[in-house]
Ligand binder design. Structure first.
Ligand SMILES: NC(=O)c1ccc[n+]([C@@H]2O[C@H](COP(=O)([O-])OP(=O)(O)OC[C@H]3O[C@@H](n4cnc5c(N)ncnc54)[C@H](O)[C@@H]3O)[C@@H](O)[C@H]2O)c1
Ligand SMILES: O=C(O)C(=O)C[C@@H](O)[C@H](O)[C@H](O)COP(=O)(O)O
Ligand SMILES: [Zn+2]
Length: 364
């Protein structure tokens, strides 16, 4: 992709929502005015502390365009995904006289876009919002598809709403300032997209795992675009997770339990990496997944520096948390596993002994 090229990926409107586009390229902020539209008088730019300069520059730019623009700074990472921070944002919107035709812009990683989208979903029962993701993870996953939400002490993303954005602007230049740990964490969702739907992603990463760890790698734009297309296909047919969308939760049942156990101090991608290792072992032990594909999880995740293991002694607590996973139905635990490469399926009510054996491969 040349530095000027812009790729547009369409997300179909389902469940009564409007379609929208995900743009991938550079220097995309010129698109913002068009997305905000003429009806808006006020724009609120929600950004994390780490992007204070970006947030304020954006606010100033929007003010120059004639909007009453405010910046709402929120904490970095998961500390932003709380009821208290949501209430702080509602207060800022109330004090600025934010109406139903006004627009929220969420600029940041997935934690920020999840929060900004949730605030947009709840303010006046729903206002328009635009996502400007600045991490790999937010570009390929969090900002796309309309799942918004916050965490509670009891679990990850337990409060939220389906509220798709009006558009998503993935400016690849934002990735240059991202710490390598955060860059790599996002690769977990890229690799997830590879295992559940697009194995070319895995081939590209395996061809040079070190290059895949940096934004200057030769396949960065292609990896991001392929992953977005996987997500776009799924959410375009099942916005509200009535079935097919569950495949995007591959690795998340254990991953979310680890995040809660770590009081949300682990990066989401790192937890999902361990969770995918677990799901692969579960698939293998349940007689679904071939050895080669299960082993490939370990090699590709480890090759980019993602973790495979977690504390063995925590299993009883993790199991309790997994029981309230959103995919559970009553007492029935449900996991996404693979029947083969790019063949995701649901495993319902696995034998507890098989679950423990799978965790035996993951625990250390
Ligand atoms: N809604 C969804 O469908 C969906 C999908 C996947 C993940 N998520 C959520 O996304 C979150 C994880 O997102 P994440 O991995 O982007 O982490 P994050 O949002 O916590 O960002 C990681 C850190 O990087 C900082 N940062 C962001 N962009 C930066 C940049 N360009 N330069 C420098 N620093 C920058 C952030 O302030 C933060 O400190 C989790 O809460 C997860 O649950 C949601
Ligand atoms: O978009 C989805 O659907 C996903 O499951 C994508 C996940 O990567 C993401 O972490 C999502 O927020 C998890 O959703 P949850 O409903 O399990 O909280
Ligand atoms: Zn995720």
């Amino acid at each position: 992709m040349s530095s000027e090229a812009v790729t547009r990926i369409r997300i179909g409107g389902t469940a009564g929502t409007d379609p929208y586009e995900v743009l991938v390229g550079r220097r995309l902020l010129g698109e913002l005015g068009g997305l905000i539209g003429e009806k808006a008088k006020r724009v609120a730019v929600v950004h994390p502390e780490a992007l204070a300069e970006t947030g304020d520059a954006l606010r100033a730019d929007l003010a120059d365009q004639g909007y009453e623009a405010i910046a709402i700074q929120v904490p970095n990472a998961e500390e932003a995904k709380t009821a208290e921070v949501a209430a702080y944002c509602w207060k800022a919107l109330g004090q600025s006289g934010f109406t139903r035709t006004d627009v929220i812009v969420g600029v940041g990683g997935g934690a920020t876009t999840d929060l900004a989208g949730f605030v947009a979903a709840t303010w006046l029962r729903g206002v328009r919002w635009i996502a400007v993701p600045t991490t790999v993870l937010a570009m390929v996953d969090a900002a796309v598809g309309g799942k918004t939400g916050i965490n509670t002490a009891e679990g990850k993303n337990l409060v939220g709403a389906f509220h798709p954005p009006a558009g998503v602007l993935c400016d690849l230049a934002a990735l240059d300032s991202l710490p390598v740990n955060d860059y790599v964490s996002g690769l977990a969702e890229v690799i997830k997209a590879g295992f559940i739907a697009d194995p070319v992603i895995l081939d590209l990463i395996e061809s040079d795992p070190q290059a895949a760890r940096t934004p200057s790698g030769p396949h960065t734009a292609e990896l991001i675009e392929r992953s977005i297309r996987v997500k776009a296909d799924v959410v375009s047919s099942d916005l509200k997770e009535s079935g097919p969308r569950e495949i995007l939760n591959y690795g998340h049942t254990l991953g979310h339990a680890i995040e809660k156990n770590e009081r949300y101090k682990w990066r989401h991608g790192a937890a999902v990496s361990v969770g995918m290792h677990f799901a692969a072992e579960l698939g293998r032990l349940a007689g679904r997944l071939d050895d080669a594909t299960a082993d490939r999880h370990r090699t590709v995740l480890a090759s980019v520096g993602l973790p495979l293991h977690y504390r063995y002694d925590q299993w009883p607590k993790l199991l309790e948390t997994m029981k309230v996973d959103k995919k559970s139905r009553g007492d029935l635990l449900r996991f996404i596993v693979l029947d083969g490469l790019a063949r995701p399926t649901v495993l319902e009510g696995p034998d507890p002994a098989v679950l423990l054996a799978a965790y035996g491969e993951v625990g250390e």
